[in-house]
Each structure stands twice: as structure tokens, then as C-alpha cells.
Design a protein. Structure first.
Length: 289
């Protein structure tokens, strides 16, 4: 099942189809309440940082009405393999740009613009990648290769395999490149853990950074439409469905899956990444299997 809500699919369809796009833009302009002062917004991230949640938010009609910005999703694997041919189209939000900081810095960007990067504990990224690649991610050649391998491997070896693949993708390097980049008034780093702790409070901080002003009623409806419970079709945050794209929606789940052997391999691959990203180094629960 696709992780994208129907409204996201419809809005993106209207924005992509040459015959429909002019009609969509005309209708959007009639509904426009406020036009963002930014030419573009850049949503930068790695995979497994709630990128589909952000995509749904930026495709929500209330956000489009209050910004006049169309979502422009980046769908390639990205990171080490990112290839952006040119600047974003004017008056768009670059949604889930899977790029490291040097790639972002090299982009030609029209002023004024605003950017943010979503950071997640790399241990939780590994866990999310494991379940996504094994069960829920849409099929593509990379996922099919990973899925076949994970079905063959025991779970512990599967986690080791995923750690190696995520390193190969450039995910850990990309995270570090953003955290250790020079200060930039255009950019703010948001943490996935804050989103998991309180979706609505996180959304409020995000909209404040992007200067998107909604009425209290509009904000409440937007937060409700994009709550974990709504997107997961009724499950409360923390209730796991291993085969769902919205699997669990919590931070720190790595503690339920990493044992000493998996942690040793993770540290061998990533070194001091955890602390350099600002997370606490912890020991796993001793293995019982």
C-alpha cells in the first residue's frame, strides 16, 4: 500500500500533467490566501526520517493556500548518488531532497529561500531501513535486491547487512555533513525525535521557521490530518505493524533490536558518529538469543 495519502497523489498529479497543470494553477490561485515570501523551500533529509509525512504536509491544500508553493518531490535514491540537473522550479517546495550538504551548497538558489534538514538517530535509521526494505517499501531494483537478501539472512545478520548498505548509500556521511556544516541563516536542523515526541508541537515549530501562518482551526485540522494515528489507519503511536510504512513512529526503537554483536558492527562502520550527531552513546541490552 502506498504511504502517500490520496490528497497528496491528486495534488502531485495535477502539478505534473501538462494538460491539467494550467487548470490546477488557476484554481490554486483563486484559493490563495497568502503568498510565501520565499521563492523556494528546501526540505533536505535522508531516507527514513518521516519524508512521506513532510510530503503530505507540503501537499496539503491548506499549506498551498497559505504559501502558493507547489510540492516538487525528489524521488531518486539520492545521497551518494544524488544528481540535480538545475535549481528548483520557482514557487516550489523541494520535498524530501535526499542530498548531503555539499550537494545542497552547490545548488543555485534564488533569494529569498529557506531550508531545513531532518536528522534522525542513525541507530533508529538502521532499524527503520531493515523493516522497510524487508516488508513495506515500494519495489525498485535496490529494494528488491535488499529484500531478497534479508529474506535469506537471520535477523542479526540482516541488521549487519543493512548497516553496510546504509553506509554504502552515504547516509551516515550525509548526516554528518549537515551537522558539521558552517552556520547558515537559511538553514535549520530539525530532529525526528521531536516529531515522534509531539507531532503537533513539531509541526508548529516547522511552520514558524517557514513563516507559514495558519489560523488555530486550520492548524488543528492540519495536525489531525497528518497525525500518526490518521496515517496509520487507527494505530496509536508506538503500536507496531512491521509491514506498514508507518511501522511504529517512535524514537529509540533500536534498543529493542540491537544486541552486542549488532552494536559492535555498527560502531565498527560508523565510529563516533552517534556522539558527533548529538546523540547519547548507550550500550544495548545483553543478547538473550
Amino acid at each position: 500500500m502506498s504511504a502517500k495519502p490520496l490528497r497528496t497523489k491528486l495534488i502531485e498529479f495535477c502539478g505534473r500533467q501538462p494538460l491539467v497543470r494550467p487548470l490546477w494553477q488557476a484554481a490554486r490561485n483563486l484559493m490563495l490566501i497568502e503568498r510565501s515570501r520565499f521563492v523556494n523551500i528546501y526540505h533536505c533529509c535522508t531516507q527514513k526520517t518521516a519524508s512521506q509525512w513532510f510530503r503530505a504536509v507540503f501537499s496539503d491544500p491548506v499549506i498551498i493556500r497559505h504559501t502558493g508553493l507547489d510540492p516538487e518531490p525528489y524521488v531518486a535514491l539520492g545521497l551518494r548518488y544524488a544528481s540535480l540537473d538545475g535549481p528548483l522550479p520557482p514557487r516550489t517546495v523541494g520535498v524530501h531532497l535526499y542530498i548531503d550538504h555539499p550537494t545542497y551548497a552547490a545548488l543555485s538558489k534564488a533569494e529569498p529561500y529557506r531550508s531545513f534538514f531532518v536528522l534522525r538517530d542513525p541507530r533508529d535509521l538502521v532499524v527503520s531501513w531493515y523493516f522497510s526494505a524487508r516488508y513495506s517499501h515500494a519495489r525498485n531494483p535496490t529494494i528488491l535486491e535488499m529484500r531478497a537478501e534479508l529474506e535469506r539472512l537471520e535477523e542479526r545478520d540482516g541488521f549487519r547487512y543493512v548497516i553496510d548498505k546504509v553506509a554504502e548509500f552515504g547516509t551516515f556521511e550525509a548526516q554528518l555533513s549537515w551537522v558539521e556544516a558552517p552556520p547558515d541563516p537559511h538553514v535549520r536542523i530539525f530532529r525526528y525525535e521531536d516529531l515522534a515526541a509531539d507531532n503537533a508541537a513539531f509541526l508548529a515549530r516547522l511552520l514558524d521557521w517557514l513563516e507559514i501562518r495558519l489560523s488555530p482551526a486550520e492548524f488543528e485540522a492540519l495536525a489531525r490530518r497528518n497525525s500518526f494515528e490518521r496515517l496509520s489507519h487507527g494505530r496509536k503511536q508506538g503500536e507496531e505493524a512491521a509491514r506498514s510504512h508507518y511501522r511504529k513512529g517512535v524514537a529509540g526503537d533500536w534498543k529493542n533490536h540491537f544486541d552486542e554483536a549488532i552494536m559492535a558492527h555498527f560502531r565498527a562502520v560508523t565510529g563516533d558518529l552517534v556522539t558527533r550527531l548529538g546523540y547519547a552513546e548507550e550500550e544495548p541490552v545483553p543478547a538473550t538469543r
